[in-house]
Design a protein around this ligand. Structure first.
Ligand code: 5RP
Length: 232
């Protein structure tokens, strides 16, 4: 099955978790694009939900598919957040941020009772780290922040778009960092987040309640029994 087909079937399955009256965190990326499309179909059929997008690009897509949006001015918690990921390990740790939206994605996942991750089988890994780890940093003194990250043993590269630094929706930069295979993701996350200038890292440590994984024949649900629904 082609990659896009794998994304479509897992997206379809994710939408079955969305019920009338829910407020939903809407993730970012190409898998989420399908989720938004399928969710839009359900809204057309009368499903009554509202969403908070994790990026400007998701906000645009949600509008295109007529998905009602709200904001944290109106709601303090979300029933569910659905999002893609770049890598997922057996301990429900994730690398996210390939699409540059990691900060809002983490904030929204933390505000949700249940965080559901949608991936295809190619993103399940034994150890995180083959995918470069995105780290959002403030632009001022980025060279210093980059050096501090290298002092932790990584090689970091400023993300570029059309020969300019890539700017996140929050006005920040992203460093894509190569730490090789990451032996201790929780410890690396702590170290990164303690560096002045780092806004947030793309390591999501044991935050996902469920991971939906598509392979050629079906969608498998991995339930994280180590965490309960987040109490808010
Ligand atoms: C964006 C993300 C995405 O969820 C991640 O990059 C996966 O994207 P895709 O579904 O396109 O493979 O973290 O910041």
């Amino acid at each position: 099955m082609k990659n896009n087909e794998l994304k479509k079937i897992v997206a379809k399955e994710a939408v079955t978790h969305i019920k009338d009256g829910m407020t939903i965190g809407l993730g970012t990326g190409s898998t989420m694009r399908y989720v938004l499309e399928f969710l839009g179909d359900q809204v057309k059929k009368g499903l009554d939900i509202s969403g908070i997008p994790t990026s400007e690009s998701t906000a645009e897509l949600a509008k295109k598919f007529n998905i009602p949006l709200t904001s944290f001015k109106n709601v303090k918690k979300l029933d569910i957040a659905i999002d893609g990921a770049d890598e997922v390990d057996a301990h429900f740790n994730l690398i996210k941020g390939g699409g540059g939206a990691l900060l809002r994605e983490k904030l929204i996942a933390n505000a949700a009772k249940s965080f559901i991750v949608v991936i295809d089988k190619n993103k399940l890994v034994e150890q995180l780290g083959a995918f470069l780890l995105p780290v959002e940093i403030i632009p001022f003194g980025w060279e210093v922040t980059s050096q501090k990250i290298m002092d932790l043993g990584g090689v970091s590269k400023l993300r570029q778009l059309e020969n300019q630094p890539y700017i996140t929706d929050n006005g920040n930069y992203i460093l894509d960092c190569d730490f090789g295979l990451i032996g201790n993701p929780p410890s690396l996350e702590k170290s990164l987040n303690s560096i002045t200038g780092v806004v947030e890292s793309g390591l999501f440590i044991n935050m996902a309640n469920k991971v939906l994984v598509s392979d050629d024949s079906n969608v498998q649900t991995l339930n994280n029994i180590l965490i309960k629904e987040h109490s808010l």
